[in-house]
Unconditional design. Sequence first.
Length: 171
Amino acid sequence: MKLAPIPHDDAQRLQALRELLILDTPPEERFDRIVTFAAHEFDVPIALVSLVDRNCQWFKSRFGLAACETARDISFCGHALLEREILLIPDALRDDRFADNPLVVGPPHIRFYAGAQMVLPSGHVVGTLCVIDTRPRELDPMDLAILGSLRDLVVQELVAGTVPAATAAGA
């Protein structure tokens, strides 16, 4: 198993994530609607808005998964941080990075993963909108475009939820 790599700008990325003021906040319908739609659109048992913090990935919204977070070093989303295209893993058992990953060989038994990177206007990737299945599968170009559009909606919601300090202070 290859542990999730750490981006060279991780300190700045983590700062951008913290500035969203969203970590460890309760579920919100605006994200839950998108995640539920993604799960149904792609006919997958699991869909997540995953925010990758220093030591864990935390799920702002989740469909089909009871866990609120998992360790960053074993996360698929941690690998996606370094990609600029949607990270697509058709069969995790056939991918050397993930074949012996605890999330593959044990619950939730991930076989398929597609993670669309959530890039803020600053250029920092704070996490992914991902869809996960327990069976191998592929996504076609239209599927990838839909996942990318749903990801863009999540990013819009993330950015809309932040208030610049000058605005918050009444300046």
